[in-house]
Design a protein around this ligand. Structure first.
Ligand SMILES: Cc1cc2nc3c(=O)[nH]c(=O)nc-3n(C[C@H](O)[C@H](O)[C@H](O)COP(=O)(O)OP(=O)(O)OC[C@H]3O[C@@H](n4cnc5c(N)ncnc54)[C@H](O)[C@@H]3O)c2cc1C
Length: 237
């Protein structure tokens, strides 16, 4: 873990509820794709956010913060960042946390699964896999409630088009009549598409209640527990 001060460079809306934050650390940062950082609000008050940028970007960190409701965990963090940005003060970060980072040494095909802003976690891995020209299949499933929440749809379509072994599958839970792709819960779309999950390494992020359901359903669908990764596992039973 690396403790750094960082300047808040930009805060911009990705949707009505999700904000993109870019930070410039005062020293080069080192982390692995799929790790998270903590924004330090106080000695005992640290807020976890996945690092959306790829590890080769040593001088810039990107976050996607989903914040609604005035007193929410994420809204308070966003307000702290906004205040620092306005006052040109730095924020304190603990960078390079978590145990669910990408493993590419075993050459298994990969499923990257995100619910909502869990996308931030898999974005770093997707970009890193493109950068290292990973040759195994990579299936990126991103589930959202409404189509308007697919804020990086075009970017991920371009990512998938960049290599023949990459696929991007957006899944909309409450789809409109014009939506042509998968509907419902994102992990159910995975189980519809893939007969057995046994060969895959699976990386997942989303709401805690989602991760518990996905873990159990995926194991019933052949997935091997030792090849499933989610930092949320540490917070759920
Ligand atoms: C280490 C760590 C890092 C984190 N990093 C971030 C971060 O960078 N940014 C951030 O905003 N939050 C972060 N969080 C908090 C958490 O990941 C988010 O609260 C969560 O991703 C929010 O999802 P959402 O509200 O956008 O999803 P929703 O919009 O509620 O759901 C999106 C999709 O998820 C699926 N889904 C939701 N609920 C269920 C269910 N019960 N069963 C099956 N599928 C379901 C569905 O496909 C649904 O369409 C982090 C938490 C931890 C522990």
């Amino acid at each position: 873990m690396q403790l750094v001060n960082a300047e808040v460079v930009t805060i911009s809306p990705l949707t009505e509820f999700v904000h993109k934050v870019t930070l410039k650390p005062d020293t080069a940062v080192s982390f692995e794709a799929g790790q998270y950082l903590q924004l330090v609000l106080g000695e005992k008050d640290k807020r976890a956010f996945s690092i959306a940028s790829r590890p080769s970007m040593h001088h810039e960190l990107e976050l996607h913060i989903g914040a609604s409701g005035a007193d929410s965990y994420a809204m308070q963090a966003l307000e702290h960042l906004q205040q620092a940005h306005t006052n040109k003060q730095s924020v304190v970060l603990e960078v390079g946390l978590g145990i669910s980072q990408l493993r590419v040494d075993n050459q298994r095909p990969i499923i990257l699964l995100a619910g909502g802003t869990g996308f931030s976690y898999i974005k770093s891995m997707a970009d890193h896999l493109a950068e290292i020209e990973f040759t195994q299949p990579v299936l990126l499933y991103w589930g959202v409630k409404e189509e308007s929440a697919l804020y990086a749809k075009q970017e991920m379509e371009a990512w998938a088009a960049s290599r023949k072994n990459f696929q991007f599958i957006p899944v909309v839970e409450n789809a409109s009549a014009t939506w042509q792709g998968h509907t419902g819960y994102v992990h159910q779309a995975v189980m519809k598409d893939i007969v057995s999950l046994e060969p895959y390494s699976i990386y997942m992020a989303g709401r805690f209640d989602m991760i518990g359901v996905v873990r159990d359903d995926f194991i019933n669908h052949g997935a091997e527990r030792e090849h499933m990764y989610a930092d949320a596992f540490a917070f759920i039973k």
